[in-house]
Design a protein around this ligand. Structure first.
Ligand code: FMN
Length: 351
């Protein structure tokens, strides 16, 4: 019998968090469906307004409008379920995104792809739950120490994302060669030890949620046995009817073979995992694909030098232009064999 996942005063019936997936892969349809089934649904804030009419000309408003729309819609679909928003730390206007999530009624903010040092300040005065994503003991130490010293606060939960995850990865490229996933259990235990003193100091339980490569029930049980309170699963939800991406994105997972899944360098400055499609082969052959138009989505990106435009690649993915797309995926994406419903996927993990 699976235990519910309690994060402060929130309680999800199932210890499953659906990982946020940008651009547009997890918006209200997927997040709402997962939350309705008793998990925690997570909307990705990354370029969420990519299909708003003024997206090309306006850096902020289309995204704030789309965030509001999708948070409210996911809440409605979920029928009282828990909805979080994933905001990457590298996002331009990070603080405005946080404030919009609070205003629109999201239950939690989850931040990875960088260290969310100023998240507590951006969310001050609200009881929205704050959840950093870390991949190492070192990152956990830095964030928890800073939040404690500067903001007198501890996270409401911590997501530990391992090396088999999809999207951007918090590892050096050399750590992603011949991954020994069993060895990563030691790092998970070390991160749990980093969190413990803050539980004592703030007199609250800080749930640990482990993600990355959890593609079946046995893997989920492994992390629960290791002491995790819940798991974060993303890739397995891409090939669902409710996933917000175009059907051709989902078919790319179904058609992928294990050897088609590679580590790529992302303009964010982190390695990522994706399908080795025509686009990735072109980047490799040509060295660089210059952006057509810059959306100023990230502080760290220089459009004159970037290898390719990540926003262009990810928007092409969600729209189904798969040959011109960056198709992010987890290491087990090749295991997908058909389109399922969210209910079916959740039952496979829980029944
Ligand atoms: C298509 C895709 C897009 C993703 N986008 C994001 C993102 O925008 N922000 C983020 O923090 N994590 C992102 N991730 C990581 C997931 O949220 C999740 O933690 C991870 O993929 C879990 O591993 P799994 O996919 O093997 O289940 C993405 C993953 C995938 C597969």
């Amino acid at each position: 019998m699976l235990k519910p996942l309690k994060i402060g005063n929130l309680e999800a019936k199932l210890p499953i968090v659906q990982g946020g997936m940008g651009v547009g892969v997890s918006r209200s349809s997927l997040a709402g469906a997962v939350a309705k089934e008793g998990g925690i649904g997570v909307i990705s804030a990354a370029q969420i307004g990519y299909d708003e009419p003024d997206w090309d000309t306006n850096q902020l408003e289309p995204h704030m409008r789309a965030l509001d729309k999708h948070i409210k819609r996911a809440k409605e679909i979920s029928d009282g379920g828990i909805i979080g928003v994933n905001i990457m730390a590298v996002t331009n206007h990070y603080e405005e995104y946080v404030k919009q999530c609070i205003k629109s009624g999201a239950d939690m903010i989850i931040t990875g792809a960088g260290l969310p040092m100023e998240l507590p300040q951006a969310a001050a005065g609200s009881d929205i739950k704050l959840v950093p994503i870390v991949s190492s003991k070192k990152a956990a130490n830095i964030i928890l120490k800073r939040w404690d010293k500067k903001h007198q606060i501890a996270p409401d939960a911590v997501v530990i994302e391992g090396p088999l995850a999809g999207g951007h990865l918090g590892f050096k490229p050399k750590e992603l060669v011949d991954i020994d996933i069993c060895a990563y259990d030691d790092e998970i235990k070390k991160i749990m030890e980093v969190v413990k003193p803050y539980e004592e100091k703030y007199e609250k339980h800080i749930p640990i949620i482990v993600g990355g490569g959890i593609s079946d029930k046995e893997k989920m049980q492994h992390y629960l046995d290791l002491g995790a309170d819940g798991v974060q699963i993303a890739t397995a939800f891409v090939t669902t009817e409710e996933c917000d991406a175009d059907i051709r994105y989902k078919e790319a997972y179904i058609n992928a073979k294990e050897e088609d899944i590679i580590i790529v360098q992302s303009p964010v400055g982190l390695p990522g995992r994706a399908i080795n499609n025509a686009f990735m082969k072109r980047v490799k052959a040509e060295g660089r694909i210059a952006p057509k138009h810059c959306h100023r989505c990230m502080e760290a990106c220089n459009p004159a030098e970037t290898l390719y435009c990540i926003t262009e690649g990810l928007v092409n993915a969600v729209k189904g232009n798969v040959d011109d797309a960056l198709l992010f995926c987890g290491a087990d994406a090749w295991k997908a064999d058909r389109i399922k419903t969210v209910k079916e996927v959740i039952e496979e993990f829980t029944k």
